[in-house]
Design a protein around this ligand. Structure first.
Ligand SMILES: NC(=O)c1ccc[n+]([C@@H]2O[C@H](COP(=O)([O-])OP(=O)(O)OC[C@H]3O[C@@H](n4cnc5c(N)ncnc54)[C@H](OP(=O)(O)O)[C@@H]3O)[C@@H](O)[C@H]2O)c1
Length: 237
């Protein structure tokens, strides 16, 4: 499918996986709006997107507040002139034992990773419903498929995103909205390198552009085809 002229919002688009997706979609001729908390990163990425000849917008808000998410998303839809694609990518990876992690941190991970996805999807749904078409990519993680030590909050948040996304898919496919649940394994980024999950060696470890090309290819499938869920791994990290 040709994506030229479509409009996409990518949460957490100022760096990491979200930035890579923004640039790859812009290369396909998609107008892109990105969100995040760090305005400097957003501005730099918007400049890079504009150089690819498409419209680029940004909004600064935190995913853990429903009012801010709704206001920010609605303003971006207006500035883009419509919405075809939402990539629910923003997330935090706080790691630590159940005993040592504070309840506040635990709650913040759930608020950002789970509620953020819910708030953003809920904000775009009325527009997609009115169009009777749309694509929503929810970025979960292999951590959501199986919990492990020192990742209780992150794994629980991502397990809940998988479940939320499956319910969304079942409800919204009736409006021709494709809801795609992704469970990537470790990819080189601030989150995974600073979290000590990988050294990010590009000879072996998945890079943000691998993830972005995968998202692009899924979205380019004919509209009658829905890749409901998928995982991606480094071949031999
Ligand atoms: N990297 C991996 O190995 C991996 C594997 C599986 C799944 N994932 C998932 O992929 C997504 C992207 O991860 P990444 O590796 O690119 O992480 P990253 O480099 O740490 O980037 C996180 C992104 O999320 C945004 N963000 C975080 N908290 C936010 C908040 N409260 N409000 C608004 N934006 C917020 C950040 O923007 P600001 O800094 O501007 O706030 C940033 O753009 C996450 O959902 C992550 O869980 C990553």
């Amino acid at each position: 499918m040709n994506m030229r002229g479509k409009n996409a919002i990518i949460t957490g688009g100022g760096r990491g996986l979200g930035r890579a997706v923004a640039l790859v979609l812009a290369n396909e001729g998609v107008n892109v709006a990105i969100t995040g908390r760090n305005e400097e990163n957003l501005k730099t990425t918007v400049d890079e997107i504009q150089k690819l000849g498409v419209k680029a917008e940004y909004a600064v808000f935190s995913m853990d507040n429903e009012g801010s998410v709704k206001e920010g998303i609605t303003s971006l839809v207006e500035r883009l002139g419509g919405i075809d694609i939402l990539v629910n990518n923003a997330g935090i990876g706080d790691f630590g034992s159940i005993e040592e992690m504070s309840s506040e941190t635990w709650e913040q991970v759930i608020k950002t990773n789970l509620f953020g996805v819910y708030y953003a999807a809920k904000a775009v749904y009325p527009f997609m419903k009115a169009n009777n078409e749309g694509d929503i990519v929810n970025v979960a993680s292999t951590a959501g498929l199986k919990g492990g030590p020192n990742m209780s909050a992150y794994a629980a948040s991502k397990a809940a995103v998988i479940s939320l996304s499956q319910s969304m898919m079942a409800e919204w496919r009736k409006q021709n909205i494709r809801v795609i649940t992704l469970t990537p394994s470790t990819i080189a980024s601030d989150m995974s390198i600073q979290g000590g999950l990988t050294d990010g060696n590009p000879d072996k470890v998945l890079q943000p552009e691998d993830f972005a090309e995968w998202v692009r290819d899924i979205l380019k499938m004919n509209r009658r085809a829905l890749i409901a869920n998928g995982s991606i791994f480094s071949t031999n990290p």
